[in-house]
Design a protein around this ligand. Structure first.
Ligand SMILES: *Cc1c(COP(=O)(O)O)cnc(C)c1O
Ligand SMILES: [Zn+2]
Length: 414
């Protein structure tokens, strides 16, 4: 039993049956899953959710799957870390890190979207899954796909971080490294998707895939004690995660799980690839595509598919956006690690560094309950910190050698 009513064009509203399709035949608008919210309102209570296992399927009525979930039972329900040290440092009262650096199985929020995409691919009867990736999606489709028994074709820009390439290869997918940036990889994949009957998670399965992001939003609200935050800062690549966090917050209110929702949504991007934030800052709705140049490769989409919708979310919620330099990203990664013990990838640095600017400018107020969406693990992008951290203290294996170093450390500290 499912509460999915079908697919609907976001532009002209035309309705479609549930199929592996993603654009409207009439206006080329993107398709989105629609639900029977009245039915969900009756079935889904806080008690029902709380009684279920701690994975993303505890919100299954609000996700586009049929029947009982049987895959990805370990994905979702990551910690919401109360970041008191960091809050004190930034001079704000109540700060949280939604910590998807520990997502199962591949340490990024992409595990959520891939969980839903592959459940759907299985329902549709596909035997091969594929994706165009900025890194984390490659890693996640490789892993989830291996466990669920799919053949896997993974397309990436050849310039991706070494650690993400190796991490993907461990699961032995067919990894296709394309000489081009993500936007070029994606264009190639659209052609491949037209020709082969594969489940491309971010192309023909995209309407279902994208819904998986909502689980992050539901968890934030549940973990705040069934309250929506005042502000949420979301890193944006295609803009999908941001639009889905907003959708999840609105749904929680619509189905009666929370009484009020007045969250402002803030976009975080790297200055070297900030088409969404640029549009917001210049007050226009048109996304001007850019050529990405940033260490935040997982966010390096120059022509974001959901960019326009992301700007609408920012406007509707009365949020804003900030962009940050590569240096600011590295500093923020280190600040989060040394204050909260959370080691984020470059995208997490983008989120924190942007939040710092938003707090400084007063767009996020000192007493706003604020959530930072930290979406990927620092072990995946260690390259970014090479030469940017202190050196270890190299010593001979002798107590006297250690004590010499200790004395130096103590004099520096005092
Ligand atoms: C993919 C990704 C995002 C956001 O992606 P959207 O395309 O905007 O949904 C954020 N952080 C990380 C680490 C990612 O891999
Ligand atoms: Zn349409």
């Amino acid at each position: 039993m499912s509460y999915v009513k079908g697919l609907k064009c976001r532009e002209c509203g035309r309705e479609y049956h549930v199929d592996p399709i993603y654009v409207c035949e009439f206006c080329f608008g993107p398709l989105e899953v629609v639900y029977d919210y009245d039915g969900i309102k009756k079935a889904l209570t806080r008690e029902v959710i709380s009684s279920r296992p701690q994975n993303l399927w505890r919100y299954k009525e609000l996700l586009p799957i049929e029947g009982e979930p049987s895959t990805a039972l370990d994905t979702g329900y990551t910690p919401l870390v109360k970041a008191d040290n960091l809050a004190r440092h930034l001079g704000i009262k109540s700060l949280y890190i939604k910590d998807d650096t520990v997502a199962h199985p591949t340490l990024s929020f992409k595990d959520r979207v891939v969980a839903v995409a592959l459940a759907k691919a299985k329902e549709f009867g596909f035997d091969t899954v594929a994706c165009a990736s900025t890194g984390n999606l490659a890693h996640s489709v490789s892993a989830h796909g291996a466990r669920a028994g799919f053949k896997r074709f993974i397309f990436i820009p050849a310039s991706l971080e070494k650690s993400k390439i190796i991490a993907s290869l461990a699961y032995e997918p067919n990894l296709i490294a394309v000489d081009g940036n993500y936007d070029e990889v994606n264009r190639l994949c659209s052609e491949v998707a037209n020709k082969y009957r594969w489940a491309f998670v971010n192309i023909n399965i995209r309407p279902f895939y994208a819904e998986g992001s909502k689980s992050q939003g539901y968890e934030i609200i549940e973990q705040l004690g069934w309250k929506a935050p005042d502000a949420v800062v979301v890193p944006c690549a295609s803009g999908s995660l941001m639009t889905k966090i907003w959708k999840s917050f609105k749904e929680m209110k619509d189905v009666g799980l929370i009484e009020k929702m007045e969250t402002r949504v803030f976009s975080a991007q790297a200055t070297g690839c900030s088409p969404i934030v640029s549009a917001i800052k210049s007050g226009i709705d048109v996304i001007r595509p850019v050529k990405p140049d940033t260490i935040a490769k997982s966010l390096a989409i120059g022509n974001p598919a959901d960019g326009y919708y992301a700007t609408q979310v920012i406007k509707e919620s009365r949020g804003y956006g900030e962009d940050v330099s590569d240096e600011e990203i590295v500093e923020a990664i280190k600040l989060m690690a040394k204050t909260e013990g959370v080691f984020a990838e470059t995208a997490g640095g983008v989120t924190l560094a942007s939040a710092i600017k938003l707090i400084k400018s007063g767009r996020i107020a000192k007493d706003d309950v604020t959530v930072l969406c930290v979406t990927g693990n620092g072990l995946k992008t260690q390259e970014a910190l090479i030469g940017k951290t202190a050196e270890p203290h190299y010593i001979k294996p002798k107590l006297s050698a250690f004590e010499e170093v200790l004395e130096k450390i103590n004099t520096v500290k005092s």
